[in-house]
Ligand binder design. Structure first.
Ligand code: SF4
Length: 301
């Protein structure tokens, strides 16, 4: 049941949130459940009383997780069609029209990031993302490998070569798409990133997606799919359909873009290990091509 807030309380909360936004705080989360946790009205009452101003305050070292943000954002429907946390989700780059500049703002915001343990586990550099800032198609992988870590660009190793071939087979070029990962630092030994690491890093990816505003996001592999969709399921269950996707924790302030479609396919690294699945991946990409009106190039003899 959506909660209904008194309009004055709502205005007061909005003003408070703007105040924190102006101080450079954009991400908020809900504390772990307790007797009153999760009751936004309780938060506002505290706020209005002038004590414990911000139950949702960020503490040093604490970060918003997409799931927590979603947990905050969803139940707080104010008047059926309004959501107070739309205000919370305003990001600095969203007042910038040029996507190149907007992405630069996100990169600057990320800084020399130490938000998760991956910063001290041997990364050479942060691998932010690459490609067309106005791409209609975006690929999201899991995290950088050794080659990506060395070059500072996602998907440049063997898996990257295969991804390039997949993109080419769709009748487009790598330069036309945008490519990024769930985590921006190489996990040691190419291990799978931990959930905590994904949740800490992915808010930046969500912001990148909201800037690029693609028509379709393709999640490469289970980690990308599960993080973006905030759901747990097998690849078999996740593939073969489109999902309606809206970047979590980000307000979409463009009347022409309120999210996009998301498809799931195998990670190219997995396809290198098990080439028999390439046919299945091609089916996924054909579904995406149909959505985007792309035609595979004619084979040359
Ligand atoms: S993986 Fe992401 S959150 Fe973790 S240190 Fe790197 S940039 Fe920061």
């Amino acid at each position: 049941m959506p909660r209904t807030l008194d309009p004055e309380l709502r205005r007061a909360l909005a003003a408070r949130i703007r105040y924190y936004n102006e101080m450079g705080i954009y991400d908020f989360y809900r504390r772990p459940p307790s007797e009153h946790a999760g009751e936004v009205a309780a938060l506002i009452a505290v706020d209005e009383a002038g004590t414990r101003i911000l139950e949702h305050t960020l503490e040093p070292g604490e970060e918003m997780s997409p799931r927590k943000a979603a947990a905050v954002a969803r139940p707080v429907a104010i008047h059926d069609d309004e959501n107070i946390f739309e205000v919370i989700a305003l990001k600095p780059e969203q007042s910038v029209g040029d996507p190149v500049k907007a992405l630069k703002i996100i990169r600057e915001d990320l800084g020399d990031c130490t938000r998760c343990v991956l910063h001290k586990q041997g990364r050479k550099q942060i691998v932010f993302g690459v490609g067309n800032p106005k791409a209609e198609l975006m690929f999201v992988g899991e995290g950088p490998g050794a080659d990506e870590d060395a070059q500072g660009e996602p998907f440049v190793g063997r898996a990257g070569q295969l991804l390039n071939n997949m993109i080419k087979a769709m009748g487009i070029s790598r330069e036309q798409v945008y490519i990024a990962n769930i985590v921006k630092c190489r996990p040691p030994g190419n291990r799978t990133p931990e959930r905590e690491e994904c949740e800490t890093c992915s808010p930046f990816l969500m912001r990148q997606i909201a800037v690029v505003k693609p028509k379709v996001v393709v999640a490469l592999g289970a980690v990308a799919a599960k993080t973006l969709l905030a759901m747990s399921a097998s690849m078999m269950q996740l593939r073969g359909r489109f999902y309606e996707f809206r970047p979590t924790g980000v307000r979409t302030n463009d009347p022409n873009w309120d999210g996009c479609k998301l498809a799931v396919t195998y990670h190219p690294a997995f396809l290198l290990r098990d080439p028999r699945q390439k046919g299945e991946a091609w089916k996924d990409l054909q579904m995406v091509m149909k959505e985007l009106g792309l035609k595979a190039p004619k084979a040359t003899t």
